[in-house]
Design a protein around this ligand. Structure first.
Ligand code: F6R
Length: 610
């Protein structure tokens, strides 16, 4: 969480830094701040509670100017979102630091530094970094050495950017567990939490590796590893189309990203499918050796990615004939589990930065997994770079905090993976072809669901006055009920719960009355009759039922329910298709409630802390 940017430039950099920071607002948006070196020994800062626009407004009254600076957008962990807790943090008006991550031993360090006479002005864990660097600067009079010494005292995960009033052309960054990239631009050199922030100022980038320290001095960029040894890192040229990061005709990024799904899904399978056969290179050459050895699957993820994993469990078991277990990363990392020989660990994370998911995969070899596969939307993320096999979802940049196209494209990859593993495990060739054909049909079917937009906008009116909503699904669509409820919760703040429909009478039915909208997913499968009984149970308690039903089903017997006709699809791909209308329903509800759709309260897009 939190986003940081820093620069050493040829011209005034304040506006550029803020523009870059705005691209990182998805990482946190409860306060922001800037520090610049206006002249040697003149370090100034401004901080504001709330979004970056508040900082822009504050800068109109207290303008800053300088060629060297650092900026930060915060997602609070230690200490409330107040101005005092906002970054940059100073030490003695000489050092300014911005920090993304968590310093686990901050309490001990704070006591030690207080004992040495340092005064603290915030409740954050981050402020210790500034004072610690100051302490070592007193001894070394060299910022590079001071940062190097200070980092050896820090435990936890962090990316930091540091400037010093006495070293006016220098910016130092450290990557230790949280991402940091270096961007090379015409007007100077930059560091940032994500290269998305630097698309307008740089085309060449270096993704720092774990433990790297970058020293930007004037126009020079030098990188050291954890041991302070000089290292060379590969410089990459990346081109970002401005379309990818602009909202275009859409009111919100989330809306744009929902509507991009037919294309994102097609893009994700495009390179893998040739005449409905999954091409050999799809899961890399190493997969050919590895996949025949796979005897079972362990999936690990958080949030929506975990729900994608729950859908995939059905695919791995039914298509690939492999036993599969799915766990939430924050649970699995502290759990003693029995890992059977031949278990493939599959880690799913749209950001590729989620701290808990990374913690699980980093223990993978030690605890005995056969290998681990990463599925992410960010090619340069730690998850993708460290994996034995990495599969990129080609969703394109997702800016809305709630995941939409990254979720459906994760499902596409998991579906392909289950067919590929199935091929090593007795999956019939004709069945494999039927499944890949179903995948090919998806973009058109997703387009059909988007036509429901106006209907769902109208339906949302029913939800805006409600406090609660219930989502029901069964089997492979139960995780989609979970995902639909999560979308509703996180952007509209309506309490939405999902249940496997068969569980209804074991408790949640007690909640149903005329104030409870109940969303039911009714794809065409062998459980239709069971679902119809569940709908009747809700109707008998005067619950208001909204059914998303396969168009080939005759729903006339359901009586007084709202039926939304979905495209006819085979049950295996229903989870992908049924996701979209639930996203739209949540989106329109949130818009009509006046909520901040792209940046829902208390959340952030990449969860780099535990
Ligand atoms: C919900 C959402 C979150 C993420 C979760 C895991 O819309 O986006 O629940 O799915 O924070 O994040 P990743 O996938 O980046 O590991």
């Amino acid at each position: 969480m939190c986003g940081i940017v820093g620069a050493v430039a040829k011209n005034d950099i304040v506006t550029t830094l803020l523009n870059c920071l705005q691209c990182l607002e998805y990482r946190g948006y409860d306060s922001s701040g800037i520090a610049v070196l206006e002249a040697p020994q003149v370090l100034r800062r401004l901080r504001a509670v709330g979004k970056i626009d508040n900082l822009r407004t504050a800068l109109q009254d207290f303008p800053l100017a300088g060629k060297v600076g650092i900026v930060h957008t915060r997602w609070a962990t230690h200490g409330a979102p107040t101005e005092a807790n906002a970054h940059p943090h100073f030490s003695q008006n000489e050092i300014a630091v911005v920090h993304n991550g968590i310093i686990e031993n901050y309490y001990e360090l704070r006591e030690e530094l207080q004992g040495a006479g340092y005064e603290f002005h915030s409740e954050t864990d981050s402020e210790v970094i500034a004072h610690l660097i100051h302490k070592y600067y007193q001894k070394t009079h060299n910022l590079l050495q001071a940062v190097h010494l200070a980092r050896q005292c820090l435990s936890g995960m962090y990316a930091i950017a540091v400037i010093h009033a006495s070293e006016p052309n220098r910016l130092i960054g450290v990557r230790q567990g949280s991402s940091l990239v270096v961007g090379f631009g015409e007007n100077g050199h930059f560091i940032a939490s994500d290269c998305v922030a630097l698309t307008s100022v740089a085309e060449e980038f270096i993704y720092l590796q774990e433990g790297d320290l970058v020293d930007i001095y004037d126009t020079q960029v030098v990188i050291y590893d954890n041991e302070c040894q000089l290292v060379e890192r590969e410089q990459q040229i990346l081109h970002f189309s401005s379309e990818a990061i602009e909202r275009g005709v859409y009111k919100h990024y989330m809306q744009k990203e929902i509507f991009e799904q037919p294309y994102a899904v097609a893009n994700t399978f495009a390179e893998c499918l040739h005449s409905n056969l999954i091409s050999d290179g799809t899961f890399s050459v190493a997969a050919k050796e590895l996949f025949p050895k796979v005897k079972r699957i362990q999936i690990v993820a958080c949030g929506s990615s975990y729900y994608a994993g729950l859908v995939a469990r059905y695919w791995f078991e039914a298509i690939a004939n492999l036993p599969c277990r799915v766990d939430i990363a924050s649970e699995l990392r502290y759990q003693k589990t029995v890992i059977e020989p031949g278990t493939l660990l599959v880690a799913i994370s749209q950001s590729g930065e989620t701290a808990d998911t990374l913690a699980v995969v980093r223990q993978a070899r030690e605890v005995g997994y056969l290998a681990w596969v990463a599925i992410s939307n960010v090619a340069a993320s730690a998850l993708m770079r460290e994996a034995d096999l990495a599969f990129l979802t080609h969703a394109g940049i997702e800016i809305g905090v709630a995941s939409t196209k990254t979720f459906t494209t994760q499902l596409v990859v998991l579906f392909l993976l289950s067919i590929t593993l199935g091929e090593y495990n007795g999956l019939d060739e004709q069945r494999a072809l039927q499944l890949t054909q179903a995948l090919r049909n998806l973009p058109a079917q997703l387009e059909q669901t988007l036509v429901l937009d106006a209907v769902l906008q109208k339906l949302a009116k029913k939800f805006i006055t409600k406090q609660h909503a219930l989502y029901l699904g069964r089997n492979i669509c139960y995780p989609i009920a979970l995902e639909g409820a999560l979308k509703m919760k996180e952007i509209s703040y309506i309490h939405a719960e999902a249940y496997p429909a068969g569980e209804l009478k074991h408790g949640p039915l007690a909640l149903v009355d005329e104030n409870m909208p109940v969303v039911v997913l009714l794809p065409k499968d062998e459980l239709v009759a069971k679902m119809e009984s569940n709908i009747k149970e809700v109707q008998a308690r005067r619950g208001e039922v909204i059914v998303f039903a396969d168009s080939s089903l005759d729903c006339s017997e359901l009586g007084d329910v709202m039926v939304i006709k979905m495209p006819e699809v085979i049950k295996e791909v229903a989870p992908i298709v049924y996701t979209l209308p639930l996203q739209l329903l949540a989106y329109h509800t949130a818009v009509q409630k006046g909520a901040d759709v792209d940046q829902p309260r208390n959340l952030a897009k990449s969860v780099t802390v535990e």
